[in-house]
Design a protein. Structure first.
Length: 118
């Protein structure tokens, strides 16, 4: 198998009034995916399910992210989720609530024979 990187999409989103890392992560992945139509698989004669999709999400509290919920955002393909420390947590003036920012990278790879694409 020769997995070749085809696409990298970047997304960012928030949980405006709360600190739900999963909610912000899911929204960031949607931001990366929902602004595009990824047709590389069909252009190369492969089914959409042939895509290998690696999701990397940065949030302030990685352990709080439900990876299954993030992976459920993918409309097709085989996926994996890696959560790392990142993003941003902005406390309100009283320190009683916060806005949480998550960043996501969605990397799409296809199994191509050597020399098919560069």
């Amino acid at each position: 198998m020769t997995l070749r990187r085809m696409i990298v999409q970047i997304g960012m989103s928030t949980d405006i009034r709360g600190t739900d890392d999963t909610k912000a992560a899911v929204r960031a992945v949607r931001d990366a995916l929902w602004h595009n139509t990824i047709s590389i698989a069909t252009v190369l004669g492969q089914p959409l399910e042939a895509m290998h999709v690696d999701i990397i999400v940065g949030v302030p509290n990685p352990a709080a992210v439900d990876k299954t919920a993030v992976l459920a955002v993918l409309p097709y393909g085989k996926g994996s989720v890696t959560v790392v420390e990142g993003g941003l947590k902005i406390l309100n003036d009283a320190g009683t609530d916060a806005t949480l920012i998550a960043n996501a990278a969605v990397i799409v790879r296809l199994d191509l024979a050597q020399g098919t694409a560069s």
